[in-house]
Write a protein that binds this ligand. Structure first.
Ligand code: HEC
Length: 205
């Protein structure tokens, strides 16, 4: 008698069709709550976390890490971090921000974790889908991203006073890799900035 009989093949096909229809119904019905204030069930969360970790590791494992103790690199990263990351990831001496409590997943406090520098580089450059973690590689070159990695690496060892001191010494965050015209964060097309700029211009019609 063959291992797969006609009857069992029919049953398997039927089960697959029913499963696909149920899944399609689930997606179309709107039953799923997409709200960021509705946490995942544990098994879903565990699955998503493994997916994230394995995906990042598979892509970061062959990266070559430059000297993360280079003082100029750390200092440059300090300015970048203070300008772009603290709202979501906080910093030594910072208790909370307005955006962080509502983010799901919650961004980790980078001063309280030790991460693999290659993973850190990859995540900063490429971001994480459907999480709020942006792909900073869209606006920053690799060298700048390694400087942020170098600083993030030092963060857990810094007291609030040391953090403040190093950020105060850091070069201003004016080295974005966005071409000469928009070579400054102040020139980024932020909504408030655009509104001000367009008011200042004569009407086009
Ligand atoms: C708008 C909010 C937001 C900003 C701004 C932001 N991040 Fe994130 N980041 C997140 C979220 C949310 C996660 C968690 C994603 C997840 O768990 O899947 C995250 C994850 C990370 C991780 C992975 C941590 C881990 O445990 O593996 C690193 C590293 C990181 N961010 C670095 C940065 C750096 C450096 C900056 C500034 C250049 C930055 N992020 C700016 C929201 C943000």
């Amino acid at each position: 008698m063959p291992f797969v009989t006609r009857k069992s093949l029919f049953a398997m096909t039927l089960t697959t069709i029913v499963a696909v229809l149920l899944l399609a119904g689930f997606i179309w019905s709107g039953i799923y709550n997409i709200g960021a204030d509705d946490p995942h069930y544990r098994p879903v969360l565990a699955t998503l976390q493994s997916l994230r970790e394995n995906s990042i590791r598979a892509r970061s494992k062959d990266l070559k890490v430059p000297n993360l103790d280079d003082e100029a690199r750390v200092l440059k990263g300090a300015g970048q971090y203070a300008a772009m990351c603290t709202g979501c990831h906080l910093a030594p001496g910072m208790k909370e921000s307005e955006i962080r409590p509502g983010l799901y997943p919650q961004p980790p406090e980078l001063a309280k974790v030790r991460l693999d520098p290659r993973d850190t580089f990859w995540v900063i450059k490429h971001g994480i889908k459907m999480s709020g973690m942006p792909a900073w590689g869209a606006s920053h070159d690799d060298d700048t991203i390694w400087s942020i990695v170098a600083f993030v690496h030092k963060l857990p060892d810094l007291t609030p006073a040391q953090y403040k001191a190093i950020v105060a010494k850091a070069p201003p965050d004016d080295d974005m890799d966005m071409g000469s015209a928009a070579d400054d964060h102040d020139a980024m097309p932020m909504p408030a900035y655009d509104a001000a700029a367009s008011k200042a211009q004569p009407p086009s019609q």
